[in-house]
Write a protein that binds this ligand. Structure first.
Ligand code: FES
Length: 106
């Protein structure tokens, strides 16, 4: 099963197995990773699953869709590597993905 590493603002990390087809948000919630709130449950309408994708992985992800791109305009301290965790679907090609959880959501 692909593994995703979630890095916290203090530098601590948790590496979790996330099933293919599940989202980075699902992996966080299923494994009790703090900081991914996901108020809308993955419906792409709350922006409380904001994360920073480790830069080497950015080019390996499909670009954000319209709704995700719009919501990313409202997240706390957006960066070029900001994404919504609910919109990143895990595949075998994303085994080893690293994301950083922001200090806070919204
Ligand atoms: S969980 Fe609400 S936008 Fe991702």
């Amino acid at each position: 099963m692909p593994r995703v590493t979630y890095r916290q603002p203090d530098g601590s990390e948790a590496t979790c197995e996330v099933a293919v087809g599940h989202s980075v948000m699902d992996g966080a919630l299923d494994n009790g990773v703090p900081g991914i709130v996901a108020q809308c449950g993955g419906a792409c309408n709350c922006a409380t699953c904001h994360c920073y994708v480790d830069p080497p992985w950015i080019a390996r992800l499909p670009p954000p869709g319209y709704d995700e791109a719009e919501l990313l305009g409202f997240v706390w301290q957006p960066r070029a590597e900001s994404r919504l965790a609910c919109q990143i679907r895990i595949s075998d090609e994303l085994d080893g993905l690293v994301v950083e959880v922001p200090e806070r959501q919204i």
